[in-house]
Design a protein around this ligand. Structure first.
Ligand SMILES: Cc1cc2nc3c(=O)[nH]c(=O)nc-3n(C[C@H](O)[C@H](O)[C@H](O)COP(=O)(O)OP(=O)(O)OC[C@H]3O[C@@H](n4cnc5c(N)ncnc54)[C@H](O)[C@@H]3O)c2cc1C
Length: 382
């Protein structure tokens, strides 16, 4: 039975949901409050220099999921890309994530892998089950590296002490005892040749998809449809009845320069005394292009106010009960499925969003066919 479906949000999650629904014969209206598709992956060419700019921060597509790589490759040419990041700390430039180069340079040593491992093991503090980011870092790399590379950066990025951040956030960061300086060690790493916005426009190019930009939706709008997939913030759907969930927002100070500015795509600034977290030089995210000028964006992070763009869900330990209240309301709400990083209040990489979007539409279509209840969430928020 073909249905009329509203998809709120035309980022990666909403676009893939819309496309999969249309491929299954449903009629889809997709709305976005912004004047462009792509959500936070939005890219556009700087008019003067021609450089492709990642408006909401650098986005590198990385995955182990071959099907997802093939899925996006139907809509664009994926250019292989090698991402390596540098960090400026205590007046020196180091390689990130921490690897043998970083360790030897920081401690003024010439360790081999085993020596470095043993040296760091001596510095590590004993936390059997780390309860927060700081404990996880101290248990893994010891205090000197933690203080230099993570403490200041984390305070600037998250606006709180690292003891307030879940241990899992540190667990996501690799520590290597070799000279591999790739930021992502996934087999499939790339960037769409024409940027993410063109890719998402191609995903939405389907006769059964009606795209409406500059259109903000509320929970009231869903009554005209059989079902809604909501990729906006979950708390806004419920009109913030349990208060606002915490987010960090980012600001980007853009500048055009001649030639090459910093010699790499991303330079982090780890010292607490540096007012920004990182600088992105966008042309290094498209090394297959040639530009005489360059565009940089200087990134700072702060708490997200009611009119700011939400970027990173803070997911502080203290926010769990509030989130649970929204999840309970979502489970009781008829005809709506929450998806994407805002709808599930989770940090999700692009490949994870796409996989979740494909799977949730498959689950929805099978629920429609069998007459069983529709799923509430594409990804478990808790
Ligand atoms: C700085 C930064 C860097 C990142 N780098 C990477 C990376 O390198 N690799 C990677 O895999 N992932 C990266 N990510 C994650 C990536 O951005 C997300 O996976 C992706 O954007 C999620 O897509 P989404 O559609 O779920 O959400 P979004 O991109 O946020 O899209 C949601 C859309 O919904 C719209 N919307 C919200 N509410 C409403 C409403 N009420 N009515 C109408 N429209 C609404 C918004 O305008 C927005 O366009 C990064 C994230 C950030 C913040």
């Amino acid at each position: 039975m073909n249905q009329s479906i509203l998809v709120v949000g035309a980022g990666f999650s909403g676009a893939v949901i819309a496309r999969e629904l249309a491929n299954n014969g449903h009629q889809v209206t997709i709305c976005d409050a912004r004047s462009n598709v792509g959500g936070n992956c939005h890219t556009e060419r700087d008019k003067q220099s021609g450089v492709m700019v990642h408006r909401y921060g650098p986005h590198i597509f990385h995955t182990t999921d071959t099907e997802i790589w093939e899925y996006v490759s139907q809509f664009t040419t994926m250019k292989p890309y090698r991402h390596s990041v540098r960090t400026t700390v205590q007046s020196s430039v180091y390689s990130l994530p921490i690897n043998l180069q970083t360790i030897n340079q920081f401690f003024g040593k010439t360790f081999n892998s085993d020596e470095a491992r043993a040296f760091l093991a001596d510095q590590c503090e004993d936390f059997q089950a780390p309860q927060n980011f700081e404990q996880a870092a101290l248990a893994s790399i010891g205090r000197p590296l933690y203080e230099a590379f993570f403490r200041g950066y984390t305070i600037k990025q998250w606006g709180c002490d690292p003891t307030e951040i879940p241990a899992q956030v540190f667990a996501r960061l690799p520590v290597r005892f070799n000279y591999d300086d790739r930021y992502f060690d996934h087999r499939l790493v790339g960037i769409p040749a024409d940027g993410y916005t063109a890719l998402i426009q191609n995903i939405l190019d389907h006769p059964q998809i009606d795209l409406q930009l500059n259109t903000t939706c509320t929970a009231q709008d869903i009554s005209d449809y059989d079902h809604c997939f909501w990729t906006g913030t979950i708390d806004s759907y419920f009109n913030f009845i349990h208060g606002r969930l915490g987010y960090r927002t980012l600001s980007f100070e853009m500048a055009r320069k001649a030639g090459d500015w910093q010699g790499c795509a991303v330079m982090n600034y780890g010292d607490i005394s540096a007012p920004y977290t990182r600088v992105t030089e966008h042309k290094h995210l498209a090394p297959w292009e040639d530009h005489n000028e360059t565009v940089i964006s200087i990134e700072t992070s702060k708490a997200c106010g009611p009119t700011d763009t939400p970027y990173y869900p803070t997911r502080k330990l203290s926010e769990r009960d509030q989130l649970k209240s929204y999840v309970d309301m979502a489970k009781a709400a008829p005809n709506v499925t929450f998806a994407g990083r805002l709808g599930t209040y989770r940090y999700l990489n692009m490949d994870t969003c796409i996989r979740a979007a494909i799977d949730i539409v498959a689950a929805y279509c099978s629920a429609v066919t069998s007459g069983s209840p529709s799923p509430n969430f594409a990804t478990d928020p808790l």
